[in-house]
Design a protein around this ligand. Structure first.
Ligand code: FES
Length: 157
């Protein structure tokens, strides 16, 4: 069965018809060509697919696209400024990831950054332990955890 869906992604409204079983992750990657959001495990275990839905962090692989009717979705592609004057200027956390060298292969990075944005926005940055706890659903196989916490700390300042 399919459903008509209206969803706003990074400020742009999309109207699509999707199979009811389609995940938000597949909608983003396969239908909207927003491949910055990564597919790691496709079962809620790695955090590579993390995006914001109405400003709340979710695993896009576990979220049905049809549940996003009317929602505002933000992906890694939508983080940099898109307002003309500062167009393309990186988000403070994106800059911090670069400055802190908080990645190696980079595959988990979009999910890490989206999780980190939610961490800062929701105020879970009181200590390194609190940041680590919040970010614990985002796996990094290169083991960049210390630098990732450094980056979140830097951007939260
Ligand atoms: Fe969604 Fe791993 S791809 S949590």
């Amino acid at each position: 069965q399919s459903s008509a869906l209206s969803v706003t992604v990074n400020g742009r409204r999309h109207q699509v018809t999707v199979d009811n079983r389609t995940s938000l992750l597949d909608l983003l990657r396969e239908r909207l060509a927003l491949t910055g959001t990564k597919k790691g495990c496709d079962q809620g275990a790695c955090g590579a697919c993390t995006v914001l839905v109405d400003d709340r962090r979710v695993n896009a692989c576990l979220t049905l696209a049809v549940r996003c009717e009317g929602a505002e979705v933000t992906t890694i592609e939508g983080l940099a400024a898109q307002d003309g004057e500062r167009d393309g200027e990186l988000h403070a956390l994106q800059r911090a990831f670069i400055e802190q060298d908080a990645f190696q292969c980079g595959y988990c990075t979009p999910g890490q950054i989206m999780s980190g944005v939610a961490c800062i926005r929701e105020g879970h940055t009181g200590s390194r332990e609190e940041i680590r706890e919040w970010m614990s659903g985002n796996i990094c196989r290169c083991g960049c955890y210390v630098k990732i916490v450094n980056a979140v700390e830097q951007a939260a300042r």
